[in-house]
Design a protein around this ligand. Structure first.
Ligand SMILES: Nc1ncnc2c1ncn2[C@@H]1O[C@H](COP(=O)(O)OP(=O)(O)O)[C@@H](O)[C@H]1O
Ligand SMILES: [Mg+2]
Length: 260
């Protein structure tokens, strides 16, 4: 089982787009995938057509230990792809649990029973480095960082890498950044190429070879209630996320080597 937090404290860099579509493509490849929505905006939950304002139970209740994690799981339109939804209530968790002892370990405790049931558990993180993201980093073994290649944001990336390092030292020795994903790539601009080259030079094999191109079909996709492979199977977006999923699977062995 691989557990992956998709994190970047910047909003709008394609965390949710990547979690949904990479998750779906891994499921299409026959992997059993659990997607966990950790963003109070609930974008991933809305994407799969849930009425997020009327969720009976969600990640909020899981954090407050009011329900078992199993109780909130929802099937999606993709076989092998399960969703743990969230909504705005989750925003309250940071404040409610702020002074709780062991607050960084809640998700790890609550998800431990799930670990044997899936090949991939993927966590869509909020755009901050607060309590929820720290919980994700404490549970997961891997971090994927989606980057928008339209802006060079190396400072933000360094801050994120430092946070991962602190969590690794204090709470989760096995944690590694195992994938940086170049998203929203516009090959017509020099900037996208320059950003990709700089990231590649600096972070080397951590950067996936697959590049996710800018694609209007991907931007339309959330309101369709489906992942890109079902909404627009012929699009470059579907092709790119399928390639990324294959590369992620190819790296399974390399990841095992790192862990030895
Ligand atoms: N490859 C892409 N091509 C076009 N639009 C994209 C692409 N990836 C993401 N987007 C759009 O960019 C915006 C931010 O993406 P999102 O996944 O919500 O980011 P985050 O979860 O990091 O805030 C959304 O409107 C989304 O539809
Ligand atoms: Mg998001």
């Amino acid at each position: 089982m691989r557990s992956i937090a998709l994190t970047n404290q910047k909003g709008g860099v394609a965390k949710t787009t990547t979690t949904v579509n990479l998750g779906a493509c891994l499921a299409h490849l026959g992997k059993k995938v659990l997607l966990v929505d950790l963003d109070p905006q609930g974008n991933m939950s809305s994407w799969f057509g849930l009425d997020i304002h009327n969720l009976e139970h969600s990640m909020y209740n899981v954090f407050l230990e009011e329900v078992y994690f199993e109780e909130i799981l929802t099937k999606t339109c993709v076989e092998n792809l399960t969703l743990a939804p969230a909504n705005v209530a989750l925003a309250g968790v940071e404040r409610i649990l702020a002074h709780e002892k062991g607050r960084d370990l809640i998700l790890k405790k609550r998800l431990s029973s799930m670990v044997g049931n899936y090949d991939y558990i993927m966590l869509d993180c909020p755009p901050s480095l607060g309590l929820i993201t720290i919980n994700a980093l404490t549970f997961a073994k891997e971090v994927f960082i989606p980057l928008e290649t339209k802006v060079l944001a190396l400072n933000g990336l360094v801050t994120l890498m430092n946070t991962v390092q602190v969590v690794k030292e204090r709470l989760n020795h096995g944690l590694e950044v195992t994938g940086i994903i170049a998203c929203r790539f516009d090959g017509r601009t020099n900037l996208s190429n320059e950003v990709y080259n700089q990231i590649k030079e600096r972070f080397k094999e951590k950067v996936f070879n697959t590049i996710i191109r800018e694609n209007t079909r991907l931007a339309e996709c959330p309101i369709s209630g489906k992942p890109i492979t079902l909404y627009a199977p012929e699009s470059t977006g579907a092709a790119d996320y399928t390639d990324l999923a294959k590369e992620v699977v190819e790296r399974e062995n390399r990841f095992k080597e790192i862990k030895k």
